[in-house]
Design a protein around this ligand. Structure first.
Ligand code: CP
Length: 323
């Protein structure tokens, strides 16, 4: 380790995680993001052991409160909590008293009254986890709220990039697709800019507003003219459920101009990392062969999500107990 790295490491050791909740990356400092990544790195090896458990959250209760469908995030939070030895309860809005008209505030206050320590919430409305955080004393972790943020996805994306490229500062990162509707793009942007990357949002003007330049992103509408610049290309899902109508002529037209096809990959840097938060629309934003190809780290993202979510739950719970 160089003297500089050693000094940076000891500076980070002195960073104290002060937050009971994780609601977004916008409000975190670069040091706080780095502390989560370093804590995740320390947890990574738990998943490689024959007994995949540490007692960090033994006796604590985590509730997964999901008002929207999820495969990766929900399973990942469940496994991460189990690996920290917490008890986990899965709440599914579709089969709950929400269907009888119970409000979000009453729902979470009733859940908390059963002695819950951490609420992990995914909701279709931006700001729902913030509302929950104002109404409960336990920790709240945002697992994706509307078009606002998906902070643990942002963290696992950054963790995955850092693991391969070693450093985030100076990297050129493209995030391609339905940016206007994407909570992942917003979390990635906040986190990556804080760590010194250059972020370009790419897509048709109907899906990538020029207003993102005010947040520090570069905005581009011609993927082909710039594809060779990037160290990382993060392809977003075309969110058919959130796109109003007629934002591009057809799925085929979108794919022709912005899809990461085999042909387009030949013009990318040989060492480019291909990422996607999932779920993938194969043949729309990403060719199946590219998704499964040598540059893809899509499944590594999923694997790394476990350690990142262990770190987030551990740090938030620790902060809540020290207050
Ligand atoms: N990346 C992501 O949020 O996937 P899920 O919708 O499956 O949780």
């Amino acid at each position: 380790m160089t003297a500089l790295n050693s000094a940076a490491a000891s500076a980070r050791e002195s960073v104290i995680w002060p937050h009971r909740h994780l609601l977004g990356l916008e409000e975190l400092s670069a040091d706080e993001i780095t502390l989560i990544l370093d804590t995740a790195a320390a947890f990574e090896d738990v998943s490689t052991r024959s007994v995949k458990k540490v007692p960090a959250l033994r006796g604590r209760v985590v509730v997964n409160l999901f008002f929207e469908d999820s495969t990766r995030t929900r399973t990942s939070f469940t496994l991460a909590a189990q690996r920290l030895s917490a008890d986990v309860i899965d709440f599914t809005a579709k089969t709950s008293a929400v269907n009888k008209g119970e409000s979000l505030r009453d729902t979470v206050r009733n859940i908390e009254a059963m002695g819950v320590d951490i609420i992990v919430c995914r909701h279709g409305s931006s700001g729902a986890p913030h509302l929950i955080a104002k109404n409960v004393a336990c920790c709240v972790i945002n697992a994706g709220d509307g078009r606002h943020e998906h902070p643990t996805q942002g963290l696992l994306d950054i963790y995955t990039i850092r693991k391969v490229k070693r450093n985030i500062a100076g990297l050129k990162i493209a995030i391609v697709g339905d940016i206007n509707n994407s909570r992942v793009a917003r979390s990635d942007l906040h986190g990556l800019l804080k760590l010194g990357a250059e972020v370009t949002f790419v897509g048709p003007p109907t899906l990538v507003s020029g207003a993102f330049e005010k947040l520090g992103a570069r905005v581009a509408h011609d993927f082909d003219s710039i594809i060779g610049e990037f160290d990382v290309i993060n392809m977003l899902r075309v969110q058919r459920e959130r796109i109003s109508s007629n934002v591009f002529p057809s799925i085929q037209e979108y794919s022709r101009l912005f899809g990461l096809t085999n042909e387009r990959m030949r013009r990318a840097r040989p060492d480019v990392l291909v990422m996607h938060p999932g779920p993938i629309n194969r043949g729309v934003e990403l060719a199946g062969e590219v998704a499964d190809g040598p540059n893809s780290v899509i499944l590594e993202q999923v694997t790394n999500g476990l350690a990142v979510r262990m770190a987030v739950m551990f740090l938030c719970k620790q902060a809540s107990e020290s207050h």
